[in-house]
Design a protein around this ligand. Structure first.
Ligand SMILES: NC(=O)C1=CN([C@@H]2O[C@H](COP(=O)(O)OP(=O)(O)OC[C@H]3O[C@@H](n4cnc5c(N)ncnc54)[C@H](O)[C@@H]3O)[C@@H](O)[C@H]2O)C=CC1
Ligand SMILES: O=C(O)[C@@H]1CCC=N1
Length: 257
């Protein structure tokens, strides 16, 4: 059992808690100022507290508050170098956190799929065995240089929102042609999941996989022609870039502090 505290039990923190609770490998303390947030995670944790100090003693402390709230939390978070502070706060540099807590800092950017143990996460270090166990229970991770955390934040941190949007558009097209809403939503979402699983398991290139779906004289070729002639590449590029630039902007604010 790995003892872990989660500070901030909002969208991400509560999803982390539910994901870790499913793996049954952890003793979890949930910390939040908000009573409702604590009530929502209470069935999945061993202890709840409003006091950051009470959450500070675990070998691994996960920081899941908004970037703007990081400073006040760190002011109350006294840790030792044997403990790890695993920070999931977007755009907050490791240096900034290290200067304010005695703990060993690992910066990470997961996404909401922590809830199902299927997150894509970028981390600046693997950390000790306890940290690796936590990351393994939350999904898959890659270790990247800290300079790449802004693009990781855009790609895999914000990414689920962009994918949800695409699923919504594809499902809506199905409904427009007569599918029931539930059926269209399931077909679109399962199609994304199945396609993603093929990409993860296949050795083939994405172009090869596109070819494998595209029968000569068939249906896919017509759809692909529309996609290729559209501005979708530019739109997706700008989508990722906008999120990345915002991450850089927030990071710069922290570096000026
Ligand atoms: N929502 C997402 O999909 C992802 C979020 N993140 C990062 O996770 C962090 C949290 O994001 P969300 O969960 O979306 O925000 P949120 O606003 O849903 O949750 C933040 C939580 O922190 C709590 N909080 C505020 N001050 C506190 C304090 N002093 N002590 C303890 N708890 C306090 C709030 O009551 C709230 O429950 C952000 O830094 C964000 O960049 C990272 C990856 C994905
Ligand atoms: O939107 C945000 O700022 C956070 C970081 C990545 C996902 N949500």
């Amino acid at each position: 059992m790995v003892e872990v505290s989660v500070i901030g039990c909002g969208h991400l923190g509560s999803a982390v808690i539910r994901g870790l609770a499913k793996s049954d490998n952890h003793t979890i303390t949930a910390c939040d100022l908000d009573e409702d947030a604590l009530d929502a995670v209470e069935p999945h944790v061993d202890r709840t507290t409003k006091e950051v100090r009470e959450a500070a003693s675990a070998p691994v402390v996960i920081l899941a508050v908004r970037p703007q709230t990081v400073s006040p939390v760190l002011n109350q978070l006294q840790m030792s170098p044997e403990q790890t502070l695993l920070s999931f706060a977007a755009a907050v540099p490791t240096d900034f956190i290290e200067e304010r807590t005695g703990g060993t800092v690992v910066r990470g950017m997961p996404n909401l799929a922590v809830e199902t143990g299927s997150t894509a996460a970028a981390v600046t270090a693997e950390g000790d065995e306890d940290v690796r166990n936590i990351l393994d229970d939350l999904g898959k991770y890659v270790v990247v240089d800290e300079s790449l955390m802004d693009i990781a934040t855009a790609l895999n941190g914000s990414g689920p929102a962009f994918v949800f949007y695409l699923i919504k558009i594809m499902a809506a097209a199905g409904v427009e042609s007569g599918l029931a809403e539930d059926d269209a939503a399931r077909l679109a979402a399962q199609t994304f999941k199945g396609a993603a699983e093929i990409v993860l398991q296949s050795e083939e290139s994405l172009d090869h996989l596109i070819d494998a779906v595209t029968s000569e004289g068939g249906t896919t070729i017509e759809g692909m022609e529309v996609l290729r002639e559209s501005e979708v590449d530019d739109v997706m590029e700008r989508t990722i870039r906008a999120a990345e630039e915002r991450s850089i902007e927030i990071t710069n604010d922290f570096e000026r502090d």
